[in-house]
Every structure is written in structure tokens, then in C-alpha cells.
Design a protein around this ligand. Structure first.
Ligand SMILES: [Zn+2]
Length: 328
């Protein structure tokens, strides 16, 4: 077994880093030249389930064939029994990255993207994500849970076959902590959290709104990370996607599919990430706790400006993005 993943803090910047030698050797479709391998070597295709770890949970069609399946990541970012080894002269804090990390294959079909699935199939996928995220959140060692999907080499994906990931973390990562702190302070001062405040301002102004249903608002955020970044935010208090009720899940799936298709059309099928954010687990009962889903088109990596400033530069204002998305 390879060396344990650990979470380190940089003495100079305070930056948190996951050092994960446990991920070395993972299969890759995309090499230095991002051209995908064909399906014959794909570990996520039907008939090659023995190349992954055993299925932990799945959803099947009427004939009993799996539509989507979840299993432990063979090359995890966190894992059971992770430990800090001695002898490498740490200069700042380090702790073992203990937790669980799963892969969810979203379709048996090799070349099909989530955006192309039927609403019924996509519903099975989101139902499985919800169940697996709840399992992660129930772990004693979990302080936060992450759920995301990488699509295409520019998103950081290593395999082409449509899949996503859920994992637990034994610490609250800085991005989650920062959002939680801002939400809590805003709630104490104004009686509601930051995400609810931003959502309601967007719904009032309607400048960056892309779509709206009974249960969700869809908009391009005021200060995005990426051009055409699009958020789906629940209208009712809801701490985590893991706790979404069936009626709202039913409503979310067609809205997500329609939104993802719009973003892909507007970006000429850019690579993308989907990120589902929730507060740290200890805040799931807080009155300001609210989850959201983000679609982030990826056309390039961070360049020198982003690296030196830790600030993103986007080329298309979100007001223009929203207008373009509404028109599709
Ligand atoms: Zn495949």
C-alpha cells in the first residue's frame, strides 16, 4: 500500500494542501496531449466492474441493469487508517487524511455525458449521489463532505467515462470554513445567511437570473470564478444536498439538466466541473446553513495572474453570461 495521504499547512502562506501519494498510479485517459483513449481500456465500462472496487450502492433500470453505481476509489484522496509517518522533518502542522472517497459512475455508456442522460436516468444518478453523500456525512471522523464532478481534461478529470466523486474530510477545508464564517456573521448582523441574501437580491434584481422554479433560483454569481459559472440555489432552508427531500430532488433534476445543457451550448461544450457545496457538518442545524450547486466551465488552468494574486480573472461579465443563457 502506498504512503498515507496527509493534510499539511504551509508555514509561509498558511495554505492547506492534501499530499496524496495514494493517488499515484490511477488510470488516465488524458495524457500530456489530451486525447482520450478508447473504451477498450476503460475501468468504468460494463463488464469491467472487477477493475474497480466492489459496488457499494447502485440504481438499476427495469431490466435490472445498472444505470449508475458507487464504489470506493482505488486511488483515494483520503482513506481509512491513514497515518502520519515519521522521518520527513515537518516544518508546520500535518495530520492524517482519514476518511472515505467514492466514485460514482453515472452511466454504463462510455461516451455519454451527464448532460445527455434522460431526466429519468439523471434522477437515478442524483438519487445515488444524495444517498452516498449522506453515508459520508454520517461518518464519525467526518467534519465536512465534498461532492463534485470533473468533465474533460481541463476540469482535472483523468477518465473520460462520466463519473463524479463524494468524499469525507477529517477537517473543515479553508473554502468551507471561510463561507461558513461569512454566513454566520451575516446571519448575526442581518438575520439571514450570505447565500440566502445573495439569492434574494438576484431574484429581486433579475439581472443575472438564468432560470427560476418554485423551489430553486438559477443565476450567474456577481463575482464568479469562471465565465458562465452558474449556481442553483434552493429557495427554502436546506443545509445539504444529502438532506434534500424527494419532491425537491424531483424538481432539481430537470432543472439541472436544462441548466447544464444551456451552459454547454453557451461555452461550445467546454470542459466543466460541478461542485455541490454544503457547510461543515457541525453547522448543518444552523439557521443560516444552505447548500448550493455550481457549474464551472473550464477553458484553461490558472495562469500567472491567478497564481500570483490568488484572484481569478474572468473575461465575460456574469450579466452578459446570464443574458446569453436565458436566450438559449
Ligand atoms: Zn467506459
Amino acid at each position: 500500500m502506498s504512503a498515507s495521504p496527509t493534510l499539511r499547512v504551509d508555514l509561509v502562506t498558511g495554505r492547506r494542501v492534501l499530499v496524496a501519494p495514494s493517488r499515484r498510479g490511477s488510470p488516465r485517459d488524458f495524457g500530456a496531449i489530451p486525447v482520450a483513449r478508447d473504451a477498450t481500456a476503460c475501468p468504468f465500462c460494463p463488464g469491467r466492474e472487477d477493475l474497480t472496487s466492489v459496488t457499494r450502492d447502485e440504481r438499476r433500470d427495469d431490466e435490472g441493469v445498472w444505470l449508475t453505481r458507487a464504489f470506493a476509489n482505488l486511488f483515494p484522496m483520503v482513506r481509512e487508517g491513514a497515518a502520519v509517518t515519521a522521518g520527513h522533518a515537518p516544518v508546520a502542522e500535518e495530520r492524517a487524511a482519514v476518511g472515505d472517497h467514492e466514485v460514482l459512475v453515472e452511466t454504463p455508456a462510455h461516451g455519454i455525458d451527464l448532460a445527455e442522460l434522460s431526466d429519468r436516468h439523471a434522477h437515478a444518478v442524483f438519487d445515488l449521489y444524495r444517498a452516498r453523500l449522506a453515508v459520508m456525512a454520517a461518518r464519525d471522523d467526518a467534519r465536512a463532505v465534498l461532492m463534485f464532478k470533473n468533465r474533460g481534461p481541463r476540469s482535472g478529470a483523468s477518465l473520460l467515462h462520466a463519473h463524479g466523486q463524494v468524499l469525507s474530510l477529517p477537517v473543515t477545508p479553508p473554502g468551507v470554513r471561510r463561507r461558513d464564517l461569512r454566513a454566520r456573521r451575516h446571519f448575526e448582523a442581518h438575520g439571514r445567511g450570505t447565500l440566502a441574501e445573495a439569492r434574494d437580491r438576484e431574484l429581486d434584481a433579475r439581472v443575472r437570473i438564468v432560470d427560476e422554479t418554485e423551489h430553486f433560483a438559477v443565476y450567474c454569481p456577481f463575482a464568479p470564478h469562471r465565465s458562465f459559472e452558474t449556481w442553483i440555489v434552493p429557495k427554502a432552508p436546506s443545509a445539504s444536498f444529502a438532506r434534500l427531500d424527494d419532491a425537491r430532488l424531483d424538481a432539481l433534476v430537470p432543472l439541472f439538466q436544462r441548466t447544464l445543457r444551456r451552459v454547454l451550448r453557451a461555452t461550445d461544450n467546454a470542459d466543466y466541473n460541478v461542485v455541490v457545496r454544503s457547510p461543515a457538518l457541525r453547522h448543518w442545524s444552523a439557521p443560516w446553513a444552505l447548500w448550493n450547486l455550481e457549474i464551472l466551465p473550464r477553458r484553461g488552468g490558472d495562469a500567472g495572474f491567478e497564481l500570483s494574486s490568488e484572484m481569478q480573472c474572468v473575461l465575460t461579465p456574469p450579466e452578459e453570461c446570464a443574458e446569453a443563457l436565458r436566450a438559449l
